[in-house]
Design a protein around this ligand. Structure first.
Ligand code: DQA
Length: 148
């Protein structure tokens, strides 16, 4: 089982960026915890971050053939990117949308997600633990699919 975790713009600044909203853990720490949890659950976890919309689209297309599922925090592109939605529809891989903060409890424009309705599920507001719950959820989902 191979799950790829994709982080969108500004998530490279985790730890320094608005810590009251996003916490004090760095992206490297979040990713390391996911790789370790993957090992426990029998899943290979790889990670990717970009501040560039096209790089995220290219990454999804390039990796889709090798991975079973994605965990995706599209960050600011959640609310704006039709191209990201189209890329996810094109690659046909299940994904869970994760947000560190509760986007429904912030500015009104953050209540719109252009990917929510095509995600397998959505976790927000729980900080980095949201990624871990997404990983556990995807492993269960993939195991039950393989058992059918
Ligand atoms: C975010 C929420 C987005 O609205 C914001 O643009 C981000 C991070 C989150 O994880 O809470 O960059 O996706």
């Amino acid at each position: 089982m191979h799950i790829d975790v994709v982080h969108g713009p500004n998530l490279n600044l985790l730890g320094q960026r608005e810590p009251a909203l996003y916490g004090r853990k760095t992206l490297a720490e979040v990713n390391a915890a996911l790789v370790a949890l993957g090992r426990e659950l029998g899943a290979t976890v790889t990670t990717f971050q970009s501040n560039h919309e096209g790089a995220l689209l290219d990454h999804l297309a390039a990796r889709a053939g090798e991975v079973d599922a994605f965990i995706l925090n599209p960050a600011g592109y959640t609310h704006t990117s039709v191209a990201l939605r189209d890329a996810l529809l094109a690659v046909q891989r299940p994904f869970i949308e994760v947000h560190l903060s509760n986007t429904d409890a912030r500015e009104p424009f953050r209540r719109t997600s252009l990917v929510a309705d095509i995600a397998l599920g959505r976790i927000q507001g729980l900080g980095p633990v949201g990624y871990e719950l997404a990983l556990r959820g995807l492993v269960c989902h993939l195991q039950s699919e393989n058992a059918v």
